[in-house]
Design a protein around this ligand. Structure first.
Ligand SMILES: Cc1cc2nc3c(=O)[nH]c(=O)nc-3n(C[C@H](O)[C@H](O)[C@H](O)COP(=O)(O)OP(=O)(O)OC[C@H]3O[C@@H](n4cnc5c(N)ncnc54)[C@H](O)[C@@H]3O)c2cc1C
Length: 337
């Protein structure tokens, strides 16, 4: 394990904020992870666990130890007639894992193609896209307890997955480091093409026979056309979660805004945060070096020299204006550091 000092995190967070880590190490084994945690606790220094840095808002230099997780490996660990169970190292790049699964014809991850980041962070917020969340293909994970340095296994119930939520983002925040995730994929695919855009792309491409590869490719094309590429403009994807409001609140807003979209769920009606932000006039607005993306109002962007504190201030203004206009509270999806 090698500890480096004063390392720039610019290329390690997709917003591209040029903040420094006072101490930095990249770990490829669980042994080194334990050593790094011990090193930090002996110095009573804070620890930040880093995957691909695609869901982080760095608001300043990090004065403690940044541990970048590079635990690798994709290993089938069981199968039956219909399923295959595969254990994947937390440091594997999510899209590398998706491509591997598709090449083996293992179904279940295709709708989650091209989500940035690492496998280890995927359960943190139960990543989801195009009608699928990882909880649907999740079997279990192994995580290192930061206090005892013991490895513990969590099944889906223990993870308490919700919409962009898990136990690791709230009750057990900063207490565990996810080291591997075991997925349960299908040998005989069940296709999820309920999202209109997927069907439109498949139709436009003349795809008549569905396959997981065709769905993955369609998802990739939709994402590339809709979402800004962090390599070109700094961002962390959706900045806010889509809020759920009560049926009564939704009906009352509908009187005032007949076009308001809403998707009923078990707690009320989910409203797209991007629609609310756009209606409040934020789409394409720029303040100095940060702003709201011109094509997708849910994405806040760094035009190059912006700071995390500027994005934070912008996000607060947006939240306030949504509160005033619609009486709805927005909550960030991105992790503030
Ligand atoms: C262009 C773009 C599009 C996106 N689209 C989607 C989308 O469609 N759906 C979606 O759900 N998300 C999306 N995201 C958000 C992001 O890709 C996911 O949240 C992803 O899982 C983050 O992975 P990461 O490795 O980059 O995590 P990081 O940003 O490095 O970390 C995120 C949080 O998890 C913690 N963490 C990371 N790894 C571990 C670990 N091994 N153990 C414990 N804690 C850990 C970090 O400390 C931090 O709090 C998008 C982001 C971008 C930039």
């Amino acid at each position: 394990m090698k500890i480096q000092e004063n390392i720039s995190l610019k290329s390690l967070n997709t917003f591209g904020f040029d903040q420094k880590a006072r101490f930095f190490t990249a770990i490829g084994t669980v042994e080194d992870l334990k050593k790094a945690l011990t090193w930090a606790s002996e110095r009573a220094t804070e620890v930040l666990i880093l995957g691909g840095g695609s869901n982080l808002l760095l608001r300043g230099d990090f004065e403690g130890l940044v541990i970048k997780i590079e635990l690798k490996g994709i290993q089938p660990v069981g199968e039956d007639q219909d399923h295959i169970w595969v254990k994947v190292g937390a440091g594997e790049v999510w899209q590398d894992w998706v491509s591997h699964a598709i090449a083996q014809n293992w179904a279940g991850v295709e709708n989650l193609s091209l989500i940035p980041g690492t496998v280890g962070a995927s359960p943190m917020q139960n990543i989801g896209a195009y009608g699928v969340e990882i909880k649907e293909i999740f079997e279990s994970l192994e995580a290192l307890n930061r206090n005892t340095l013991e490895m513990e296994t969590f099944d889906a119930a223990a993870c308490s997955f919700g919409y962009r939520e898990s136990v690791f983002k709230n009750v057990l925040k900063d207490q565990y480091i996810i080291c591997s995730v075991t997925f349960r994929l299908k040998k005989h695919p069940e296709f999820h093409i309920e999202y209109g855009a997927i069907q439109d792309v498949l139709k436009a491409k003349g795809v008549t026979e569905l396959s997981i590869a065709a769905i993955s490719q369609a998802v990739i094309e939709i994402r590339q056309s809709k979402l800004p590429d962090p390599k070109e403009i700094g961002n962390a994807g959706s900045f806010f979660k889509n809020p759920t409001i009560s049926n009564e609140e939704f009906e009352s807003l509908k009187q005032q805004y007949p076009q308001i979209p809403g998707y009923p769920n078990e707690s009320g009606v989910k409203v797209p945060a991007g629609w609310l932000i756009e209606q409040a006039g934020w789409k394409g607005q720029r303040t100095g070096e940060v702003g709201v993306h011109g094509k997708q109002a849910l994405v806040l962007v760094n035009y190059g020299k912006g700071k995390g504190t500027e994005i934070e201030a912008l996000s607060q203004k947006i939240r306030q204006s949504i509160r005033e206009k619609f009486g709805i509270e927005l909550h960030p999806e991105v992790n503030f550091i």
